[in-house]
Design a protein around this ligand. Structure first.
Ligand code: UD1
Ligand code: CA
Length: 458
């Protein structure tokens, strides 16, 4: 973390090549809006405040960071170029006179460590301006870094303004800079728009610093992935792939087994404890915490769940907004919906759906069941095919089942209804009235056997 650093993050553009109704910087990448990645990188490097230059869908971008006290927004009504965009941040930084980091909202792969190194290098050399560069085999489209024979930076020239000879230069401008605030704001209004695009180019400041005899540095990055800008959905997928690989690597290095990392989709914000095994094709997202020693079988989807230690989530299950305590088994192919709470040693079997259902310690619903708006005690057995009829077409009603109750197969519990502790509900019963503790409830049409009936029919 460095002191006296502010950041300006350019995000006013529309992102035309995304061909989207949503502004580019809000497209989700590995679990958060694209712009949240560079914002976090700048913040983690110590930058404050962070000024977002916004234009297209300004309110949507602003709302994404609602509540973040270190964020300020500066409006750029018309996109007249990167130089003009930074000039729009001037008021938001009035009074600030340290180092200004300038980034773009569409570079989700940038790391805070890289920014810290850039700022340290800039400060060690007392530079007025330092630009992060990369040497690319295919530099097409980027601004190129022009140096003199001694290697000193002269200027940056855009693709569209470059001569064929300049186009042969492979060192490119990443669009990430460090500038001293006094240099930046005393020169930003001197930028002209006499170029192929008639735009105010921020890159003009490089030539200005060089001409003013100030220290102007260009530092190549070691990892050119990091500066990759996302312009279209092909690059969006590529950036997401790289971010997922980073997330998976961090988890593996912290003790999680991921059987097939390239086929495992874990988003930002998910926490997993050591000695948990994750099989292929799982999707873990949202504010999810998984304990240690768990096994997550293949094709499981978990979103916004708390899962304790030693749980076993079997293949094909979908869990959203559920809370599982210790040693809970779920699935295969179970669906836990929001408000589900499963205490220690609960077992939920195949084709069971739960919603706002609390199951006490050791209770089981092993097959083909719907439990909604239900409060179920401990050591309860829910038989195959049980349904809580919680909805009367207008309102939802609760089912309460006491400890040690045995619910036989194919039971319907018409809520609101309570089954007392230690009661037994016989298979096939439709429960419409409360069942007192320790009693047997049975509601079936008595069976009649008509002997020989089938023979006569034929
Ligand atoms: C810019 C650099 C180029 C560099 C490249 C790296 C300039 C003139 N060129 O080119 O040297 O190699 O980035 O990716 O700076 N933006 C605004 N308002 C504007 C214009 C742009 O907010 O008026 C934002 C865009 O939303 C985008 C970023 O600034 O996030 C970069 O703008 P873009 O037009 O894509 O610049 P490039 O042509 O890629
Ligand atoms: Ca760009």
């Amino acid at each position: 973390m460095l002191d006296n650093v502010a950041a300006v993050i350019l995000a006013a553009g529309k992102g035309t090549r995304m061909k989207s109704g949503l502004v580019k910087v809000l497209h989700p990448v590995a679990g958060r809006p694209m712009i949240a990645w560079p914002v976090a990188a700048a913040r983690n490097a110590g930058a404050a405040p962070l000024v977002l230059v916004i234009g297209h869908q300004a309110n949507a971008v602003r709302n994404t960071f609602r509540g973040d006290t270190d964020i300020r927004c500066a409006m750029q009504e018309e996109q007249l170029g990167t130089g003009h965009a930074v000039a729009c941040a001037r008021d938001a930084l009035s009074g600030f006179n340290g180092t200004v980091l300038i980034l773009c909202g569409d570079t989700p792969l940038l790391r805070s460590e890289t920014l810290e190194q850039l700022i340290r290098h800039h400060r060690t050399h007392a530079a007025a301006l330092t630009v992060l560069t990369a040497v690319l085999a295919e530099p097409y489209g980027y601004g190129r870094v022009l140096r003199d024979e001694a290697g000193r930076v002269l200027r940056i020239i855009e693709q569209k303004d470059a001569t064929p000879e300049e186009q042969g230069i492979c060192e490119i401008n990443s669009g990430i800079y460090c500038m001293e605030a006094d240099f930046l704001f005393s020169n930003i209004n001197k930028i002209g728009s006499n170029n192929a695009q008639n735009e105010f180019y921020l890159t003009e400041l490089v030539a200005m610093a060089a001409q003013q005899g100030l220290t102007c540095l260009a530092v190549p990055t070691g990892d050119s992935d990091e500066i990759m800008g996302v312009n279209d959905r092909v690059q969006l997928a590529e950036a997401a792939r790289i971010l997922r690989r980073r997330i998976n690597c961090d988890l593996m290095l912290s003790g999680v087994t991921i059987i097939a990392p390239e086929q495992t989709y874990i988003e930002h914000g998910v926490n997993v404890g050591p000695d948990t095994i994750i099989h292929p094709n799982c999707h873990l997202s949202g504010d999810t915490i998984i304990g240690s020693g768990c096994e997550i079988e293949h094709s499981v989807s978990i979103n916004g769940c708390r899962i304790g230690d030693d749980c076993h989530i079997k293949a094909g299950s979908v869990l959203e907004g559920a809370e599982l305590h210790r040693d809970v088994a779920v699935g295969p192919m179970a669906h836990l919906r929001p408000g589900t709470v499963l205490h220690d040693h609960v077992k939920i079997g195949n084709f069971v759906e739960t919603k706002k259902a609390v199951l006490g310690e050791g209770s089981k619903a092993s097959h083909l069941t719907y439990l909604g708006d239900a409060e179920i005690g401990r050591d309860v057995n829910i038989g195959c095919g049980t349904i809580t009829c919680n909805y009367d077409g207008v309102n939802k009603h609760r089912t309460v089942i006491g400890d040690q109750v045995f619910i036989g197969s194919d039971v319907q519990l018409v809520a609101p209804v309570t089954v007392g502790c230690n009661a037994l509900v016989a298979a096939g019963t439709t429960v419409t009235r409360d069942v007192p503790p320790d009693s047997l409830a049975i509601a079936r049409v008595p069976q009649v056997n008509k002997e020989g009936w089938c023979l006569k029919k034929k």
